[in-house]
Structure formats: structure tokens, C-alpha cells
Design a protein. Sequence first.
Length: 451
Amino acid sequence: MSSNPVAETVASLMPRARTELGELVAFKSVADFDQFPKSESEGAANWVADALRAEGFQDVALLDTPDGTQSVYGYLPGPEGAKTVLLYAHYDVQPPLDEAAWTTPPFELTERDGRWYGRGAADCKGGVIMHLLALRALKANGGVPVHVKVIAEGSEEQGTGGLERYAEEHPELLAADTIVIGDTGNFRVGLPTVTSTLRGMTLVRVQIDTLEGNLHSGQFGGAAPDALAALIRVLDSLRAKDGSTTVDGLAAHATWDGLSYDEGQFREDAKVLDGVELIGSDAVADRIWARPAVTVLGIDCPPVVGATPSVQAGARALVSLRVPPGVDTAEATKLLQAHLEAHTPWGARVSTEQIGQGQPFSADTTSPAYTAMAEAMAVAYPGEEMQYAGQGGSIPLCNTLAALYPQAEILLIGLSEPEARIHAVNESVSPEELERLSVTEALFLQNYAAN
């Protein structure tokens, strides 16, 4: 990174950033209070609120959102007449999955092989730290040149829409000229990237029932309709032979015209086992950024250990459908539910329930804010030009903000590059990326204020 005062300040702040990220990662802030205590999320929210107050933020508040979680808000006034920039991150995290599979404890930030490991280190507690670093660097080098609003969401990973509904009920709260969503990531380490599109998501629970109760498979198997077998048939119908998603009536042939994704690099990033084929057809970028993708997230059925020789009377599954830009999530949900019902065999009783959703998002990359970001990235990443990529994940708040503030420019950056393995075991963040992106954000705010 070329030497400049902002970069030098951020570099000097990195030990403090390591300590603070460790404190924040230690909170088991999974916003599923059937699995983790609500007090853990409340502790993380209070940590963020205290950090904002320490930086001079005004009107710091814990917002009680309709889904029972809290988002943290704060306002830092800038010079009179300055533009307003909203900085977003979320402090809630995914469950750690199998804690025994982690090399080091998931809620204890641990340095290993040049990376910092811990649940939320990249997604997205690291984003909270990134915003703090950028603002501290600006304060040490002439001051923050814009009005800044920070919003740290408490339930982004659950898709329950609490902050979206709160924002709709309080439309002036998050109003800004530009919004920086710190919850995506670079295409790879060292390649500065803004995310220009996001797939949306719908979550549907499907229940299949065939019998009043389980039956002995020796006495009734062969004629009694097996609910688990019916469910397997239904779920299999969601994929073509090559593994591509096939939901009746849902278009699945769009193409991506931005950054390409080499298939070999994708295999390495995804840690695909030797000899195992990728699913779908055409370019990898088409498959993960421009087309729908169905995933079976879980199935309720007897585990192998302790299973009895029974024909199952009922079974259910949770199905995720990623929805590409240009497709309405509500319409995709109807098509998915209709598909599940139409493909249920043997007259089995089937019911479906949507339990969460988010719309896809597409940014206007011709706006002045993108020019300011490109200039900032050129300094923070010498020799590299800003790239545009899509992202398969969804950030439901994006479309809410775009609808509430149609004139606002929205940029998506962050720490979730492929090596970060967000949502998986052994999630980590690159401290070098945290440093470079903090410099990027600080320089962006300077550039944007000057335009």
C-alpha cells in the first residue's frame, strides 16, 4: 500500500482492531434465541453502542425491531452542508455448526497462518471494526468530512426482516446521500471489488404426511406410503440431471456480463473434492450470480443412530431458493411452493410455509460514488483496478433502502472473500484486507466529500 497519512494511521490502529474484534467475536450473537441466549446478542449490541459513543456519535440508540432483535444506530455530525453517508454492518452471526470441527474455538478470535479465525470475523463483525477504523483514521487526519450514520443490524443472518420493517416505519432515520454496505467482499484477497448485484432469497418449509403414525416396515413396507421417500422424490425434482435448479416456471438461463470466474479457481475456493463435478451448466458466474439456486438446508427425519425399522408417517425439509436480479422474490416463492405441491407423489398430503425472504438487488454503477470508490481502491490496492462482481447471497435491507431513498447511491464492499469461508467451519478474516478496506473506506469518504 502506498504511504499516505490515512494508511499510516490505519496501520498503527491494527493492534487495537485485533483486540476489539476479539471482544466482539466473543459474543455468541446468533439471533436464534432457541439456540443461543438473547443476552449474547444484547451484549454485542451494547458493545457496538459503547464503541460509537466513544467515537463521539450522537443519538446512539438500541432500536427494538419488530422481529425481537436490536439494531444499533448512531449519528456523527460532519461539517455544515456536508453530504450524509450511511455505513452498514451487522453484529449477528451464523451458528458455528459443529464446534468440534473448528480448529480453534469459534467464539475466540485466534491468529493462525496470518489470518484471524472466529465466527463473525469476516461476516460481519469485521465490518463493524472496518467502519470504526476508517472513521478513526479520518479523525486523526483532518476530521470526518461528511455526516455519518451507522446502523449495525442484529438479525441479518436470520432473514426475519426486523430492520427493514423498522426502517419503513421510521423513513427519515437512515436517509443518506450514499450508503456503504460493509457486508460483501473482494472477489479474491488483494483484488478490490464492489458487489453490484445480490441474489435474493426465500426460505420455504415443506411438510409431507402419509400415515396416522409410523408403521413396522416389515409388516407394512411395500404398500404403505413412506413420507420420507415422498419428500426425497419432491426434493430431487428441484434439480435437473446436471444438478442445475429446476423450479417449474422459473427462468434459469440468464448470463453474467461482469467479472468472470475461472472454474478451476472456483473449485479451489469452494474446496470441491477431487473427482466431484460442479453442478449446473455454462459459466460459473452465470450459475452463482445470475441464476436461481435451490439448496436443501435441513431435513427432519430419524437420525441413523437409533433408527428403527419403520415406515415414516411424516417428514419435512427447509428449502432455500436464491433469486437472481430481475426476478421478484414473492413470485419465485409462489412458483417454488407450487412446484413442491405439484411434484409430491402418491397423493401424499403436503403443506408449505414461507418463513423468510429478501429481494435481489442491482446497483447503479455509473453514479459519482462509484468513481470516488474506484479512486480510493486504487490507492489502497496499488496496481489494481476496482472490479465489479455479483454475489450469490442476499442482504434484504438493500432493497428496502433503495425503495426508501431512491436518490441514494448504494455501494457494497466488505471482508468476505473466498478464503474467509463465511457461514462455514473455521471462518476467518485477513487482517491485511481489513487494513486495506478500512483505508479504502476512509479515502472514499474524503473523495466523496470533495466531489
